[in-house]
Design a protein around this ligand. Structure first.
Ligand SMILES: Cc1cc2nc3c(=O)[nH]c(=O)nc-3n(C[C@H](O)[C@H](O)[C@H](O)COP(=O)(O)OP(=O)(O)OC[C@H]3O[C@@H](n4cnc5c(N)ncnc54)[C@H](O)[C@@H]3O)c2cc1C
Length: 331
């Protein structure tokens, strides 16, 4: 029989991660769903190397460090986590919430749901060539979660920001040959990352863009690179993999396609006390939530998460005692 979770948290950004931890601490059956391959939301996706100064007790932690710490904290409890699980619908069934994942490929049921969806699900900014969809997963990728897969391969990284430069630099010691293709001569990445790149054997192709890509008979990718200022200047480059690192976009917070009726304003889902939406058992926290003078800060969401979890538990099990202090627990 399908498991019914006490609390399903939608969105694995910093606020969803902390909410999942706190729900685990309170001994509930919890599921955390994240659309992307990596947990960490905006912090991990948009600024992993920037220092964050305004999270209590963590002066000057990088985005990556903050997310690593949240993941470590979450691992304390047996919380189910599904990545690459985009919530595409939320419907009330009986007294529970049924959640469709990836256009109904699977569904899960929860007694309550906490929406920690931030500014909406991120999508990679795609390579604009005709056969992009055909090539994705067949040499063309937007994510590189396991760099060891590129051992002894020829890899082209596309982009000029932090993620492209960092990735090319890391691949240099793993791949047989690494190319970095960027439409400008200068890279936008942090100075430190660009300096590190200079110490590698990465072959830079600038100012160039990928005009087209074709599969070769032996399953590799043949790229046609075009000089951005002189269209007639073209060259062919054959590689095993093309990793596009153009950053991410979101479709917009309210463009969810969910059937559930929620009140949205320009800042997010309107909530009242204890982060309640207008629907019973449905809460919104972090950047996804909206109320007068709400500020989009990680610290704000960290305060909201326990409020929503405690309210969800009180609704599911009114006889359960209050939260207590973690320092009294034997963890
Ligand atoms: C450049 C930059 C610098 C910043 N610096 C700071 C700072 O120094 N200090 C600070 O406090 N704040 C800072 N912020 C703001 C901070 O990053 C956000 O307030 C914080 O990330 C909000 O966390 P969240 O978990 O609510 O949402 P997010 O981080 O946006 O995470 C939401 C997650 O939900 C997922 N999601 C969305 N829709 C779905 C769906 N349908 N199904 C499944 N998953 C879904 C998304 O993929 C994402 O991973 C900065 C923001 C930016 C852009």
């Amino acid at each position: 029989m399908e498991k019914t979770y006490d609390i399903i948290i939608v969105g694995g950004g910093p606020v969803g991660l902390f909410a999942a931890f706190y729900a685990g601490l309170r001994n509930t059956k919890v599921l955390l769903l994240e659309a992307l391959t990596d947990l960490g939301g905006q912090v991990q996706t948009l600024y992993p190397d920037k220092k964050i100064w305004d999270v209590a007790g963590l002066p000057g932690a990088s985005g990556r460090e903050l997310i690593d710490r949240l993941k470590k904290q979450l691992a304390k409890f047996p919380v189910d986590v599904q990545t690459e699980a985009k919530v595409t619908d939320i419907v009330r069934v009986g007294g529970n919430w049924q959640i469709a994942i990836n256009d109904g490929q699977t569904s899960v049921t929860g007694r309550s749901v906490i929406l920690a969806t931030g500014k909406g699900a991120f999508e990679p900014r795609r390579l604009q060539i005709d056969n992009e969809a055909e090539l994705e997963g067949h040499g063309l990728s937007y994510f590189a979660p396991d760099l060891s897969l590129y051992k002894n391969q020829e890899v082209a990284v596309l982009g000029g920001g932090d993620s492209a430069v960092d990735l090319a630099e890391q691949l240099d010691s793993i791949a047989k040959r690494t190319y970095l293709i960027h439409r400008r001569d200068q890279f936008r990445a942090l100075e430190q990352a660009v300096l590190a790149l200079e110490q590698t054997k990465v072959i830079k192709k600038t100012p160039k863009k990928v005009k087209s890509a074709q599969k070769t008979a032996d399953g590799r990718l043949e790229l046609t690179l075009q000089h951005v200022k002189d269209k007639d200047q073209q060259e062919q480059l054959v590689v095993d993999n093309l990793l596009v690192q153009y950053g991410f976009l979101t479709k917009g917070q309210a463009d969810t396609g969910w059937q559930v009726d929620l009140d949205w304003d320009s800042a997010g889902i309107v909530v009242t006390d204890q982060m309640k939406t207008k629907q019973p058992g449905l809460f919104a926290i972090g950047d996804a939530s909206s109320y007068p003078n709400h500020v989009d800060l990680i610290a704000t969401g960290f305060g909201q998460a326990p409020a929503a979890v405690n309210a969800a538990i009180a609704a599911i099990d009114p006889d359960r005692g209050g939260p207590g202090h973690s320092s009294s627990m034997n963890l």
